[in-house]
Ligand binder design. Sequence first.
Ligand SMILES: Cc1cc2nc3c(=O)[nH]c(=O)nc-3n(C[C@H](O)[C@H](O)[C@H](O)COP(=O)(O)O)c2cc1C
Length: 366
Amino acid sequence: MSHNTESKLFAPLKIGAIDVANRVAMAPLTRSRADMEGVHSELAVEYYRQRATAGLIISEATNISREGRGYAFTPGIHTDAQVASWRRVTAAVHAAGGRIVCQLWHVGRMSHSSLQADGAAPVAPSAIQAGEVVFLESQTLERPSMPRALETAEIARIVEDYRHAARCALDAGFDGVEIHAANCYLLEQFIRDSTNQRTDQYGGSVENRTRFPIEVVKAVAGVWGADRVGVRLSPITRAVGDTPLDSDPEGTYFYLAEQLGQLGLAYLHCVEGQTQGDNAAAGFDFKRLHASFGGMYIANNSYDREMAIAALESGHADMVAFGRPFISNPDLVDRLRRNAPLAEADRNTFYGGGAAGYTDYPVLPG
Ligand SMILES: Cc1cc2nc3c(=O)[nH]c(=O)nc-3n(C[C@H](O)[C@H](O)[C@H](O)COP(=O)(O)O)c2cc1C
């Protein structure tokens, strides 16, 4: 069982319209090594090339607009220079036989006025300040600024920003896109009633709170075709600083998964836990979430080899995404196949800096 190199984990799959060589996905990982214009250097090309044996790479979260940026040195996908830098990444991944989708990101209230044009306030469903921290150009961590509530008429403009970013991702040569509706960022701020206290058609009932995320998914699917679009959710994840959850996570997210399931998307990708440390916390039925969606499901959060094999065997998941293990094991698929030990990632080099802790983790000798 645990030594089963014949596991489905290493078998090819068609996920939506994307052919993948195995069921090991690389989870999206912000590494904060782009420049302040959101443009990648050649180091990112090397970093992703090294990890191209993953069945599917989900890129680090990538800003759809200047307004959507909440952390310094994160990449964007809305200017020509950003598209050109991503094109080098996708070409390198494809040349190495891999597949890569772009995670589309708008942070909403998790931003700081120093990262916004003209020092503007970040935008959010409601004017409620986040208790977390964001990373600034000054290399310091600070509490996000007080956001302003979006006017109803502005929502269509943000849907357009997503559409533009989706077109840019197509130009940049990605195989698809993943809409980041997880981890307490803009779309999730709309979904959860703790952060959405609007009284217009985008707040109140679950139908209203999921209206904007669904409008975004439909706009992006209009660019790509639904079978190249995935969505990431994290129904019970709390950000550092204890972001409040929805008052009824199962009711809200089962409804959303069912709506998304009707769109024929490539996949649903779920962070199954409250923090990065726990998996499938009691109190939320992820199997039922998958069933409500009805399509392909990528599971994530603290999976190891044994758990991943079991999740595929039982039908719980179609692919498993690994995050931290991919930071320190560029050859993760090979190590899992050989049941070889994994290297530990150094937290000190997760965010920012250069090659150290980014492109210098070795592969196992053949
Ligand atoms: C350094 C770091 C950066 C991350 N960046 C992102 C991100 O850009 N987008 C996202 O959806 N999740 C992000 N996550 C969460 C991971 O995708 C994943 O959910 C988490 O690490 C749990 O999976 P693991 O136990 O396999 O590491 C990040 C996690 C880490 C450790």
